[in-house]
Write a protein that binds this ligand. Structure first.
Ligand code: ATP
Ligand code: MG
Length: 275
């Protein structure tokens, strides 16, 4: 087996270079960059500890915010990534927002309104389980709006994210790349295991039928919306243990780069006596 890529260098391998033309190929979903399961699980555990420590400083410092966008085809594991990785964070400083089809109220506004309402305040982390990108994914594939309408949204989205970046919110976008073959296995598992029946959604099969169109729509997103201020990462997701480790490493590198510091406090402990 090839030598494992250094943990700290892995995010760089998964990051989509701005302007690079991305083609999603099935085998890429199974990549592990030389990592073995047991090592990745240990690394995930270590990463979770450091993520917790960095979040503590970020929360106390109150300067930066972190927005994590998760997008994927069904069964790629958005929910389980949140469960395995985001549990590193103190719930007090982290919120998760799931974006479904817009409701009556949301439809009265521009499509970015509901996303903007959920961005994290300074010191906090927000995770988007699906996001404003649905407005150039499902909307494009299912033709919920004319081409001319969704075409101009890539620009809006880049500018929206630029605004967030300019205001100290780091935007990190993660595409969990599952292959069509692996999705088949996971859907079959859901049918076979009564404990997973609650996850079954016949509508997922419609999306599966539109697989090629979705891959095209995702390619457009990755190609057009990965910027220096708000990068996309394409994470191989066919192996759950690699997916979890890779996401933890991406967040770790991103938080390390923010280098959050405890606030400077002028406090002379000797001047107080607790009665
Ligand atoms: P689960 O893992 O629980 O299935 P999910 O994210 O697939 O989670 P669902 O309730 O099954 O949640 O699906 C939400 C649906 O809402 C998705 O099919 C998604 O494409 C759709 N959706 C999200 N945003 C929009 C939007 N802006 N316009 C239309 N549909 C949207
Ligand atoms: Mg679903």
């Amino acid at each position: 087996m090839a030598k494992a890529v250094d943990a700290a260098k892995l995010p760089d391998k998964l990051r989509v270079r701005p302007g690079a033309r991305i083609v999603l190929r099935e085998p890429a979903a199974r990549a592990t960059h030389g990592w073995r399961k047991a090592d990745a699980e240990r690394a995930l555990e270590r990463n979770r500890h450091e993520l917790g420590a960095l979040q503590y400083r970020m929360y106390a410092g109150g300067h930066h915010a972190l927005l994590v966008v998760l997008q994927a085809m069904d069964t790629a594991g958005k929910d389980s990534t949140i469960r395995h990785v985001m549990t590193a964070f103190n719930p007090q400083g982290c919120t998760v927002h799931a974006f479904k089809a817009p409701n009556d109220l949301e439809r009265q506004y521009d499509y970015l309104w509901r996303a903007h309402r959920c961005v994290p305040p300074r010191g906090s982390i927000a995770v988007f389980n699906r996001s404003h990108y649905e407005d150039v994914l499902v909307v494009r594939v299912s033709q919920l709006a004319p081409r001319a309408v969704w075409q101009r949204r890539y620009r809006h989205i880049n500018e929206f994210e630029r605004l967030l970046a300019d205001c100290d919110t780091r935007v990190v976008k993660i595409f969990l790349h599952v292959s069509k073959a692996e999705q088949k296995r996971r859907l079959e598992e859901r049918l076979e295991d009564p404990k997973k029946h609650w996850k079954w959604d016949a509508a997922d099969l419609d999306k599966r039928r539109q697989w090629r169109d979705y891959m095209q729509a995702y390619q457009a997103v990755l190609t057009r919306c990965s910027t220096a201020h708000a990068p996309w990462y394409a994470v191989p997701a066919d192996r759950k243990w690699f997916r979890n480790f890779a996401v933890s490493q991406i967040l770790l590198n991103e938080l390390r780069a923010l280098a959050p510091k405890l606030p400077k406090v002028e406090l002379d402990p000797d001047s107080y006596r607790i009665f």
